[in-house]
Design a protein around this ligand. Structure first.
Ligand SMILES: Nc1nc2c(ncn2[C@@H]2O[C@H](COP(=O)(O)OP(=O)(O)OP(=O)(O)O)[C@@H](O)[C@H]2O)c(=O)[nH]1
Length: 894
């Protein structure tokens, strides 16, 4: 049993009394008998798990670990092994040079990462003498009498065994690298171990094999391929022309003066020339080539000369480009390391640290930091440090290696690669085609060019689209005039498999919102999948996973209307795993239908599970009316006794959960057969019930009062894309009103959006008010700025973001400073209870105790919660706190 479970089973009264009389000295006293028992049992288990290694750990250390890990034996064992039995050595650097005659050994455990690091990724060598952090190396530094220090390096890598190397460099700044890694698989691999690569067999062509030639193309395919190729070429040419044009225009937007000289009509600035032109004259500029050095000196684009008047024609620019020689891609850092000259960038002037890149032969720098004039041999050196100028034992610079590659290799890299050549040829061909196209289509006077249009379209941003028009209505007076049907949302909650979805499916069928044919079809499908009894549930559970698992996973919403009311069903999942969706549903509801399975033992187990948790949650979320549907009475032969038994127990429980008796109604039903849902039960065994049906009870439930006059608040339930808008949101307006054309603020992104159109009760509307479930088509906002759970608000009176809040919370479980998950509507955010300033009186809300150490279940407390990041929060919002898969508290933001 973990300590947390143990805490749950504590007698809280006793525990609190103990805490209240708690003093610092007492804390150091003996453990409680229960703790002592757990401790000794845990100690024995840990010792048994450690086996012979147990002798390396004291009982006190075991107890400390057990206490720390809440008696979790596995975690304690893991900790003790890593701390005492087989501690991982730290890579320490000797502070000073070891005294003569002494030796210091640094051992670095090989790790899984070691090998991949050595394959060419940077390995950090923190160098004083030798310090190979995580390099899988062991370095022994010895300093015999009157001699310079030498280093023994032992490399121990998985699969490669252990090799030792004594490094006694003539100059203590050099280490023969290649000798360390002579047998690594990237070099000197013995012939017998080398792989012989056999070219793969060419795939057989033709549909059914056929000849070994390339697969044949149908005429249609060939035509399509030709068309595609043509379109691509055309696009590439247009892009190129556009690019050239943009570049030239860009170049033209500069000063008109250049060192007192008049500037050529193309307007290229001197400043720009200087930055990009490597030539001493500062005359030539590579217009397209990224590497000025590659531009042939004989073919510069002379900006000093008169450029085509007016604007620099793209064609001219491209012609210039086409004359460029094939340029080489920028060498990678690695390539520069291999073939380039040492540059400042290759050195890291980090004191006592070296960045070592790659392996191979190389030459290093001498201890003055200069590379040797001539690499000594093909097996060269690399330096891991540079001694400071004062010749002290400190080193200030380390250097990467520069291998001494044969000239033939260097020559290869000095030329353009085959890829470079092919790309250059392609670009040239396209440029020519582009030039022809441009010539063939001279611009008509007075008509905007394609380029200009393209540029204009490209320049269009979301914000440039026209704003939706507003009718500037007075929404509240419109509401008065229209006298719409009242609307109400109810959440259907209860233990898993209580029959919630089946009941709602049946209700919709009996109300003729869903037709019999649809249900018959679902029944057939459900039967095929071996879920015959779930066909009515499938009316709401539409996701394949829900159907295959036979459980509701997310809130399912359906609308139906009676004579008086437009109802929205929020069918919540009963499974504990999806409680966050149930919380989201409850946050949108005016009242709740609590479904209870009346069959034998089911009610009892539900009361310990989600019947209890859901009841507490809906109350904390502000739902004050609940219709309890005592379901599956057909399974107990419509026993009135069973109904009364459940009714009595639930009445007691719900009043302790703060529901007023007048706000609780009970209806005996059978969701599967439709008894007492819309129609009164025709079963004679059910004749004892003469009260209202479920639908009548729903009609009797008054929706909560609407905050019409308050600033707009709407929690986004779902974001999706529709034909009308790529950002369509559904949700319930909690406060205020909105109309078409309104500007909105989306939090936490802080982005503005506009109401393009509104759907209320599935019909287009000009406006909507608090209490209505609506669909909004938004404009002027990118979809990335809107997510489920966001709040849409009035930009003039926005809801603010916060990462700390104070909550007046009802505790469902023990509360203390601890990590929690914060749920607000559809938003979840990790956080922690940072402080508990006070315990409050349940009814008056006055402070009864300051700074309690814990809050017992059932108590009300003021708690301070700190979140990992900001979410939109404001006073009056309902928030639920969960921890370890349990709801631990819920309440109102202060
Ligand atoms: N006999 C009988 N079975 C019922 C009744 N209502 C539901 N069931 C059965 O109970 C099972 C579960 O029904 P669901 O509607 O999926 O239950 P649920 O509460 O929606 O389940 P979750 O949402 O996953 O918690 C199905 O096999 C239904 O056929 C009823 O009134 N009588």
């Amino acid at each position: 049993m973990s300590r947390h479970q143990y805490i749950r089973k504590l007698d809280y009264e006793d525990a609190l009394d103990e805490y209240e009389g708690y003093s610092e000295n007492e804390e150091e006293d003996e453990l409680s008998p229960e703790d002592r028992a757990l401790m000794s049992q845990g100690t024995a288990e840990v010792q048994a798990a450690l086996g012979v290694e147990a002798s390396k750990v004291t009982v006190a250390q075991i107890e400390e670990a057990l206490w720390h890990y809440y008696y979790d034996v596995d975690k304690s064992v893991a900790y003790l092994i890593s701390k005492y039995v087989n501690p991982r050595p730290k890579a320490t650097k000797p502070a000073t040079r070891p005294p003569n005659g002494k030796s210091v050994t640094h051992t670095f455990e090989p790790t899984a990462a070691t090998f991949s690091l050595e394959l060419g990724k940077p390995v950090h060598w923190a160098a004083k003498y030798v310090d190979l952090t995580d390099a899988g190396l062991q370095a022994t530094q010895t300093c015999p009498e009157s001699s310079t220090p030498s280093f023994q390096m032992t490399r121990s890598l998985p699969h490669f065994g252990t090799t030792s190397h004594v490094l006694q460099p003539a100059s203590e700044t050099r280490v023969p690298l290649s000798s360390l890694f002579w047998d690594m698989p990237w070099g000197n691999v013995p012939k017998e171990r080398q792989t012989i690569l056999v070219p793969p067999l060419a795939p057989r062509g033709g549909l059914l094999g056929g000849s070994g030639g390339p697969p044949k193309m149908s005429k249609l395919q060939a035509l399509a391929a030709a068309r595609k190729k043509k379109a691509e070429e055309k696009k590439a040419v247009n892009d190129k022309v556009e690019g050239a044009r943009a570049k030239m225009e860009d170049l033209a937007v500069e000063d008109t003066q250049c060192g007192g000289k008049s500037v050529p009509s193309n307007g290229l600035s001197n400043k720009r020339l200087k930055t990009s032109d490597p030539s001493p004259e500062g005359q030539s500029v590579p217009v397209f080539g990224p590497k000025p050095t590659r531009l042939k000196a004989s073919q510069p684009l002379d900006v000093g000369a008169a450029a085509p008047s007016g604007q620099l024609q793209a064609v001219t620019a491209q012609a210039a480009e086409s004359e460029q020689p094939v340029s080489m891609a920028e060498p990678s850092t690695f390539a520069q390391l291999l073939c380039g000259e040492p540059s400042a960038a290759h050195r890291r002037r980090t004191p006592e640290k070296a960045v070592f890149v790659g392996f191979g032969c190389g030459y290093g720098v001498d201890n003055k930091g200069e590379p040797p004039k001539k690499p000594s041999t093909s097996v060269d050196w690399f330096d891991i440090r540079k001694r400071k100028a004062d010749d002290s034992d400190d080193f200030e610079e380390v250097v990467v290696l520069y291998p001494n590659l044969p000239q033939s290799v260097k020559d290869v890299f000095a030329q353009p690669s085959p890829d470079d050549i092919v790309l250059a040829a392609q670009a040239k061909a396209k440029t020519k085609a582009g030039a022809k196209t441009a010539e063939a289509q001279p611009k008509k006077k007075g008509t905007p060019s394609t380029d200009a249009v393209t540029a204009g379209v490209d320049g269009l941003k979301i914000s440039d689209a026209p704003l939706p028009k507003s009718k500037n209505l007075n929404v509240l007076s419109e509401l008065e005039k229209s006298k719409p049907k009242r609307s109400a949302s109810f959440v259907v909650v209860g233990h898993v498999d209580a029959g919630k979805s089946t009941m709602m499916g049946r209700l919709l069928l009996d109300l003729k919102v869903v037709d019999q044919r649809t249900v018959d079809k679902l029944q057939k499908e459900a039967k095929t999948e071996g879920k015959g009894s779930f066909h009515l549930a499938w009316v709401l559970d539409q996701r394949p996973e829900e159907r295959s698992r036979g459980i509701t996973m997310d809130i399912a919403t359906r609308r139906f209307e009676t004579e008086r009311t437009a109802f929205t069903i929020l069918d919540a999942p009963g499974h504990a795993e999806y409680i966050y969706n149930m919380i989201a549903g409850a946050s949108q509801a005016d009242f709740a239908v609590l479904v209870i399975d009346a069959s034998t033992d089911a009610f009892e187990s539900g009361l310990k599970g989600q019947t209890r948790e859901h009841s507490l949650l809906i109350r904390s979320m502000g739902v004050s009316r609940v219709v309890v549907a005592i379901n599956k009475l057909d399974t107990v032969a419509w026993s009135q006794e069973r109904f009364n038994e459940i009714k009595d127990q639930m009445s007691g429980f719900l009043s302790t959960a703060n529901f007023q008796p007048k706000n609780i109604a009970f209806v005996p039903v059978s969701g599967l057969y439709g008894d007492n849902l819309v129609h009164r039960s025709s079963n004679p065994a059910a004749s004892w019930y003469t009260g209202p049906t479920l639908i009548e009870e729903l009609e009797n439930s008054e929706p909560s009062t609407r905050a019409l006059e308050k600033p707009l608040r709407m929690t986004v339930f779902e974001v999706y894309r529709t034909m009308q808008s790529p950002v369509t949101v559904s949700g319930r307006i909690e406060a205020g009103s909105l109309q078409m054309g309104d500007a909105l603020l989306v939090q936490p992104s802080g982005q503005r959006a506009y109401v393009k159109s509104i759907l209320s009760n599935d019909a287009p509307a000009d406006w909507a008010v608090a209490g209505q479930n609506v669909v909004l088509h938004l404009s002027q906002i990118d979809p990335i700025h809107v997510r489920d759970g966001d709040i849409i608000c009035d930009p003039a009176k926005p809801v603010l973001r916060a990462d700390t809040f104070t909550l007046k919370a009802l505790a469902f479980d023990i509360l203390m400073p601890m990590p929690v998950e914060v749920h607000r509507g559809r938003l979840n955010q990790a956080g922690r209870i940072a402080a508990i300033p006070a315990l409050l009186d349940k009814t008056s809300g006055t402070v009864v105790k300051k700074k309690p150490k814990i809050v017992k279940p059932g108590m009300v407390a003021r708690i301070v919660v700190k979140l990992e990041s900001q979410i939109p929060l404001e006073a009056g919002q309902r928030v639920v706190l969960r921890s370890g898969g349990q709801t631990v508290a819920a309440g109102l933001l202060e």
